[in-house]
Design a protein around this ligand. Structure first.
Ligand SMILES: Cc1cc2nc3c(=O)[nH]c(=O)nc-3n(C[C@H](O)[C@H](O)[C@H](O)COP(=O)(O)OP(=O)(O)OC[C@H]3O[C@@H](n4cnc5c(N)ncnc54)[C@H](O)[C@@H]3O)c2cc1C
Length: 381
């Protein structure tokens, strides 16, 4: 069984979905392959002002407001057991949206998925297990995968790895990468927001101790999401007793949430999160590209991963779609690398050189076709 599309995306996270949304809006045939559905994660998904801008470009800003995300403008840092350290206030920014919105990761995911319903040329295949990369000569031509118990081949002009930190695609392409598992992880919990927080619902609070961090994030309309730092290698083996100790410590740091914490009765209500840093040596190889965390995961303290994943989707969609002027002037490092690659590939292909010369000379200003652009990217023979 064979499935053929223009672009094949492995991974239906924000990176893959935002790329699909942009390509689908232009009518490209896109297949997205998603593995088993990950369980819900209890952690704040903070969309920073730049991320809100990116969502607005995708037409998702209004719907983000509708998922009852909490709006925050102030970030207060306190010494654990001591006084205030500082307060960062987004209201000083001269920006269209001088605030961040906080919701849960699956809410953001659903927004993207809902928008894809309006793109008839995009299809998401779920619970798919990829078995191998398919090559034609040196170029990647798709993947083989098991879907519904059957082996299928998914072929495409371009294959994109949007499959997160542990990217299978990155490994299959043999791309060298530094993957760092941070020493400290986080326990994520979702509780009812206590009335005391009603006064300052627009404020994120961080308590910083010696090797300890507790973050309190207003989340949704009436919830509070907690992130409690703990050594990554101890997190999997903390038993029920460990959970009680964590809750007691949190309640000592922030007594107003002691009551709300009673609703956390077992580890099933706690997400165990271990952040990773990924630095891939290159983001493009043999007719395939990496985007999002698969290419460059960063620590969650900067809360920029979702925005970067959307920016990657934008950059790649535009590279596959737009004119060279945009490429020449772009400062985005991913685009700059792709631009250099395009110029080299054009130099190696006389028919493309001729077309570019005719366009530059104003003799025949017909744009490159989609297939020619893929050749220029080195993504098609
Ligand atoms: C604790 C924590 C807090 C964070 N907080 C924030 C925040 O507040 N704001 C922010 O902007 N960022 C935050 N981030 C970072 C952000 O979550 C990521 O950068 C972002 O989700 C990356 O999106 P992605 O689509 O590249 O990858 P992912 O979201 O990881 O999506 C990858 C998808 O690919 C699927 N997949 C994986 N392997 C395969 C395979 N072999 N076949 C098919 N499918 C596969 C996965 O199931 C997943 O659906 C946080 C991260 C952590 C760990």
């Amino acid at each position: 069984m064979r499935n053929s599309s223009d672009v094949l995306i492995v991974g239906a996270g924000v990176a893959g979905l935002s790329l699909a949304l942009r390509l689908g809006a232009k009518g490209y045939r896109v297949s997205i392959l998603q593995g088993n559905e990950p369980p819900p994660v209890y952690r704040p998904e903070m969309i920073q002002p730049a991320g809100l801008q990116a969502m607005a470009e995708l037409g998702l800003f209004k719907s983000l407001e509708e998922v009852s995300a909490a709006l925050v403008q102030r970030f207060r840092f306190d010494r654990m057991g001591g006084g205030p350290l500082c307060q960062v206030d987004y209201r000083v920014l001269s920006h269209a949206t001088p605030y961040a919105l906080i919701t849960l990761p699956d809410r953001v995911q659903r927004l993207f998925e809902r928008s894809l319903d309006a793109c008839p040329t995009v299809r998401v295949h779920r619970n798919v297990r990829i078995t191998e990369l398919v090559r034609q000569g040196t170029q990647v031509a798709g993947v083989k995968a098991i879907e519904g118990g059957q082996e299928r081949e998914f072929s495409a002009c371009v294959t994109i790895g949007a499959d997160g930190c542990g990217s299978w695609v990155r490994g299959a392409l043999g791309i060298r990468s530094q993957v760092k598992r941070y020493r400290n992880g986080f326990l994520g919990m979702l509780v009812k927001r206590p009335p005391e927080f009603g006064d300052l619902p627009d404020q994120v609070r961080y308590y910083l101790g010696q090797g300890q961090i507790l973050g309190l994030f207003p989340c949704l309309a009436d919830r509070l999401c907690l992130l409690y730092m703990a050594p990554a290698d101890r997190i999997p083996t903390m038993g029920q007793e460990g959970l009680e100790r964590v809750k007691q410590h949190i309640a000592r740091v922030e007594p107003s949430i002691g009551d709300a914490l009673r609703t956390i009765a077992s580890w099933e209500q706690v997400s165990r999160l271990v952040p990773m840093r990924v630095r891939a040596a290159k983001w493009v190889a043999d007719g395939a590209a990496l985007i999002g965390d698969a290419a460059h995961a960063c620590h969650p303290h900067v809360a920029q991963g979702t925005f970067q994943a959307m920016e990657d989707g934008k950059a790649l969609a535009e590279v596959l779609e737009d004119e060279y002027v945009w490429l020449w002037e772009n400062g985005n490092p991913l685009v700059v690398r792709l631009r250099d690659r395009i110029f080299r590939n054009i130099g190696d292909r006389p028919h493309l050189l001729q077309k570019v010369a005719a366009t530059e000379a104003g003799i025949d200003p017909s744009p490159l076709t989609f297939a020619e652009r893929l050749q220029a990217l080195g993504l098609c023979a």
